[in-house]
Design a protein around this ligand. Structure first.
Ligand code: MG
Length: 170
């Protein structure tokens, strides 16, 4: 088994759509970034890549690559899902925290979980999402940014893990 941790933060700006967990959330500001700036998906991708020992989101999906300009983060998720499969990993669970002063995330939590289940290939009961405010502190507390933390636990059958360890020794 391996664990990974991921973190992401994006600024909230007028004139941008707010997309978190693949859900378009009605709000007067949205997250700014090269892609759709879905901080929850980005934190999850980093947690899963970290667990696999595969670097980070920037190494796989460069923010200067025009192919990813305004890209839906579902693309990053599906590429991460494919890498997990190719390396023989399955996801035991992921857990995430959204830090946002506004809007309230509760009404969108189930839709986010469904999107994550579909795009990352993780069973619904293996996905946790919590939402907290930052109690008014700092940029997040002022409503200038939204941040997300995520952890992932991935597992392999003992046989395939033994094989990959042997490959490293050789
Ligand atoms: Mg990001």
């Amino acid at each position: 088994m391996r664990t990974g941790i991921g973190y992401d933060i994006h600024a909230l700006k007028k004139g941008r759509k707010l997309v978190l967990g693949g859900v378009a959330i009605p709000f007067n500001k949205g997250l700014a970034g090269h892609s759709d700036a879905d901080a929850l998906y980005h934190a999850l991708v980093d947690a899963l890549l970290g667990a696999m020992g595969e670097g980070d989101i920037g190494a796989h999906f460069s923010d200067t690559d025009p192919a990813f300009k305004n890209a839906g983060s579902a693309l990053f998720a599906s590429k991460t899902k494919a890498l997990l499969k190719r390396k023989g990993w399955s996801v035991a669970n992921v857990d995430a925290v959204i830090l946002a002063e506004l809007p309230k995330m509760g009404p969108y939590r189930e839709a986010m979980k469904k999107n994550i289940a579909r795009d990352f290939g993780i069973a619904l009961d293996r996905i946790g999402i919590k939402a907290k405010t930052n109690e008014g502190f700092g940029a997040i507390g002022k409503g200038d940014a939204i941040a997300c933390w995520a952890t992932a636990l991935i597992e392999k059958s003992t046989k395939s893990e033994a094989r990959s360890t042997k490959q490293i020794r050789n």
